[in-house]
Design a protein around this ligand. Sequence first.
Ligand code: ZN
Ligand code: ZN
Length: 170
Amino acid sequence: MFSFFKFRLQTEAIQLAEGSIPCKFCNISPKNGFKIVWEDDTFVAFEDIRPAAMHHLQITPKKHIESVKALNKFDVDMVRSMEELGNRILDDLGVPTAMRKLGFHIPPFNSVNHLHMHVQGLPYRSFVRGFKYPIVNGGGSHQKGFSWFAEAGQTIRILERGGSVGIFPS
Ligand SMILES: [Zn+2]
Ligand SMILES: [Zn+2]
């Protein structure tokens, strides 16, 4: 009885603490140290603070969405728009198609709990950095194999079929 009560108190304390931490990506502004390269009412694109590749940007929806795991088929258009925007930015930077990587980290391997698409122009600055963004093709009916990174196209195809993106093959 006592331990149950204690457990509940701890849970509530944790929820309170989490609720009081402002979301970093809900507060993207130059004042907060972000280098914004593009924005409209829906999305904002900014430079990654620790670039892993020659070009490394992030695109986030301004609306708070937890992660790629929270997306479903109704989000396909949004992901498509993010991918298009990412490719337009890479066009401007002169990055050839074969040197582009766009995609999402899958929880718990994401850094910030606000959906962000990594937009990269390769090469990677080091082999170790590149290891964080593996694209693993799926076998059989799977669009994606076991990995902690979901490429934009894989994400779109999984969502279109009514699936959801996870670490395991989907
Ligand atoms: Zn947020
Ligand atoms: Zn990430």
